[in-house]
Design a binder for this molecule. Structure first.
Ligand SMILES: N=CN[C@@H](CCC(=O)O)C(=O)O
Ligand SMILES: [Zn+2]
Length: 419
C-alpha cells in the first residue's frame, strides 16, 4: 500500500549528490508544510499537499495516510560504525575506568576486546543472533534504518565467520539493512604477543574466504600502539583490496599513529575515531576524499579528548558521525544523543550533524546512491520526528523523538513503538 505523509512542518530532503564537505554540510534543503508520497519501496513525490493531490489523487485516495502536521520528516538515520554482533557485557570495566584504570590497561590485562572475544567465541549462533536482534530493534526505535556491523570479536576464522553470518541473517530478517565489515584485525590474541606478524598472516588467509563467501564489503583494522602497526595495517588493507574488500581504519584513537595518513594512502573509504589525528592526517583525508567517521560517544565514555570535528570540516573533510556501539568504549544505541555530543563537544552545527548521520554516513558505507536523502526514486527510508523543527532534535537532547519509521516503503515504527 502507498504511504502518504501529510503536511509535515519541515521535510529535510538533503537533496544533492556526493559526500558533503564545507558549506554543503549545512545544506538540508528543507521544504516547509510539505507532503511525501511513497509507492512500493521508493519515494514517488515530494511537494505541497495540493500539488500531490493534483498529480497523484488516485494513489493518495487508497494510501495509508500519516498525519505529519507539527512534525519533521527526514531520511532514516544511518549508523555507519558499530560492533553490533558480540557476546556479553562489560559494565564492570566501566567501574574500573571510573576508579582510574585506562581502556588500554584493561585490554592489556586480558579484558576489553579480549574479554568480549572470549564471550563471543563461547556464544552460540542463536544467542548472538537474538542479542543483536534486540539491539537492532532498539536502533529502529531511535530512527536508525541502516547499520554497519563489524566482526572482530572472533580473532579466529570460526568465530569471525559466525559473527558475519549472524549479521547476514539479521540483514535478511530484520527491517534494518545491516552492512558488514570484516575486522579480523581488531586485537592480537595473547598467544601471538611478540609474534604479531604470525597473526597478521592468519588474517591475510581469512580475507579470500570473506570475499568468496560474500560475508563483508569492507575490511577494517585497529591501527593503534600495542595493537596493529601502520605497516601491519597497510599489509592487511592492501591485501583485502585484492579481493574487493574496501578499506576502513580505526585510526588515531588513543595515541597518534599516522592512521589518518595511512587511510588516505591506501584509499580507504573512511578513517574512523581520529581523536588524536594530526594536522597532516586531516589534510590528507580531505585530499583523498576519505570520510572521517567521528565517534563522540567513545570520547565521552572513555573521558578522552574529542576529535577535532570543527577543524576537519573547515579543512574540507567530509565528516560522518556514528555511535560506535560496542560493549566496551561506547555501549549506546542513541544516535540522536551522539549527534548532540558532536554539537556540544566537537563544535559541529545542528545542520552538520544531520548531514553527518544521513548523506555522509551513507557514503561511508558506499550507499550514497540509494540512501541518505529524501529524493524521488530513492529508497523510502523515512523518519518522522515528534518535534516542531529540526533544531528541536538537538535542543531537547537525550530524548527519543521518533514517531514513525518507514523502511523500504513499510511502516516499521508507529507512535514510537515497533509495529
Ligand atoms: N577501538 C577499537 N574497537 C572498538 C572498541 C571495542 C571494544 O572495546 O570492545 C571501538 O571502535 O571503540
Ligand atoms: Zn569501532
Amino acid at each position: 500500500m502507498a504511504i502518504f505523509f501529510e503536511q509535515a512542518n519541515e521535510i529535510m530532503t538533503m537533496q544533492g549528490s556526493g559526500a558533503r564537505t564545507r558549506e554543503a554540510m549545512r545544506e538540508l534543503s528543507i521544504v516547509r508544510d510539505a507532503s511525501l508520497l511513497i509507492d512500493g519501496e521508493t519515494i514517488l513525490a515530494i511537494g505541497t499537499k495540493d500539488e500531490l493531490m493534483r498529480t497523484h489523487a488516485e494513489l493518495i485516495a487508497s494510501a495509508h495516510i500519516i498525519d505529519a502536521r507539527g512534525k519533521v520528516l527526514m531520511p532514516g538515520l544511518i549508523d555507519c560504525h558499530t560492533h553490533l554482533v558480540h557476546g556479553g557485557t562489560r559494565e564492570h570495566e566501566f567501574q574500573m575506568r571510573l576508579e582510574g584504570k585506562t581502556y588500554m590497561d584493561i585490554m592489556n590485562a586480558g579484558g576489553g576486546i579480549h574479554a568480549t572475544t572470549a564471550m563471543t567465541q563461547q556464544a552460540s549462533f542463536d544467542e548472538l543472533y537474538d542479542k543483536a536482534m534486540h539491539h537492532l530493534n532498539t536502533f529502529l526505535l531511535h530512527g536508525v534504518t541502516t547499520v554497519e556491523a563489524k566482526s572482530g570479536y572472533g580473532l579466529n576464522w570460526e568465530t569471525e565467520q559466525k559473527q558475519l553470518r549472524v549479521a547476514k541473517k539479521l540483514h535478511d530478517t530484520h527491517a534494518i539493512d545491516v552492512v558488514s565489515t570484516f575486522m579480523g584485525a581488531h586485537a592480537v590474541p595473547k598467544q601471538y604477543k611478540g609474534n604479531e606478524d604470525a597473526f597478521v598472516d592468519i588474517i591475510l588467509d581469512m580475507l579470500p574466504k570473506v570475499a568468496e563467501q560474500q560475508l563483508a564489503e569492507f575490511n577494517d583494522v585497529f591501527c593503534e600502539h600495542g595493537v596493529f602497526t601502520p605497516e601491519q595495517s597497510r599489509r592487511i588493507l592492501l591485501e583485502g583490496k585484492k579481493y574487493g574488500l574496501i578499506p576502513k581504519i580505526h585510526a588515531d584513537e588513543i595515541e597518534p599513529y599516522d592512521g589518518a595518513e595511512l587511510a588516505a594512502e591506501v584509499g580507504a573509504i573512511s578513517a574512523e575515531h581520529l581523536l588524536v589525528a594530526s594536522d597532516q592526517g586531516i589534510d590528507d583525508l580531505a585530499r583523498a576524499s576519505t570520510i572521517a567517521v567521528l565517534l563522540p560517544g567513545t570520547a565521552f565514555f572513555l573521558q578522552a579528548p574529542f576529535a577535532r570535528g570543527r577543524l576537519m570540516i573547515d579543512r574540507g573533510v567530509a565528516v560522518a558521525i556514528s555511535t560506535d556501539f560496542n560493549p566496551g568504549s561506547s555501549p549506546t544505541i542513541s544516535l540522536p544523543f551522539i549527534m548532540n555530543l558532536a554539537c556540544v563537544n566537537m563544535g559541529m552545527t545542528m545542520e552538520e550533524v544531520l548531514v553527518a548521520t544521513t548523506v555522509n554516513a551513507a557514503h561511508a558505507i558506499n550507499r550514497g546512491d540509494t540512501l541518505g536523502t529524501l529524493e524521488v526514486g530513492k529508497q523510502a527510508d523515512v523518519l518522522l520526528l515528534n518535534v516542531a523543527n529540526y533544531k528541536q532534535l538537538q535542543y531537547y537532547y537525550g530524548m527519543n523523538h521518533t514517531h514513525t519509521v518507514v523502511k523500504r516503503g513499510k511502516i516499521v515504527v508507529k507512535s514510537g513503538g515497533l509495529v
